[in-house]
Design a protein around this ligand. Structure first.
Ligand code: 4NP
Length: 156
């Protein structure tokens, strides 16, 4: 069993999108009993809220299930429980590294799994309003990340 935690700033736009895209992928590959997928934000500013309507609309239009989502702040406990912590931008990456212990060996950047698209960070649709661009990166990265984990982890 592997636990993947996607991390962004607010946990209402990018990391919830990644959480539900990955859950959908895992369901389609019949791997639900091998993975726990969740997401969190570094800010905690939207704790207890639902996801942003732009993320919700995108997932709905793609027929990707996204039930029962509640935004939460990243904690040391969640970091300790996670096998992989996947950050959306450089600020999230540095924040996790600085504020949470023993994360350096499990911390990865989402864009490293979509390198052919040429992004260094997943742009924040909270500012850009472009949920299609965000989805394009997240969708490719989730596919490549899952392949990477399945190859890397002989025993899941
Ligand atoms: P996210 O986007 O980190 O992808 O969830 C944001 C959501 C909220 C804010 C910033 C980014 N905010 O400043 O409230």
């Amino acid at each position: 069993m592997k636990k993947i935690t996607f991390v962004c700033l607010g946990n209402i736009c990018r990391s919830p999108m990644a959480e539900f895209v990955m859950k959908d992928l895992i369901k389609k590959k019949n791997l639900q009993n091998k993975f726990i997928i969740t997401s969190a934000g570094t800010s905690g500013e939207h704790d207890g809220e639902g996801m942003h309507f732009g993320t919700k609309n995108k997932l709905t239009n793609l027929n990707i299930e996204h039930q029962n989502f509640v935004s939460k702040k990243l904690t040391q406990k969640l970091c300790d429980e996670s096998d992989f912590i996947i950050t959306m931008d450089n600020s999230n990456f540095n924040n996790v590294l600085k504020n949470f212990k023993n994360t350096q060996n499990k911390l990865l950047k989402m864009t490293d799994f979509a390198s052919e698209l040429g992004y260094n960070e997943v742009p924040d649709p909270w500012y850009s309003g472009n949920f299609d661009e965000t989805y394009k990166i997240i969708s490719l990265a989730c596919n490549n990340l899952l392949d990477y984990i399945l190859k890397e982890s002989k025993t899941i």
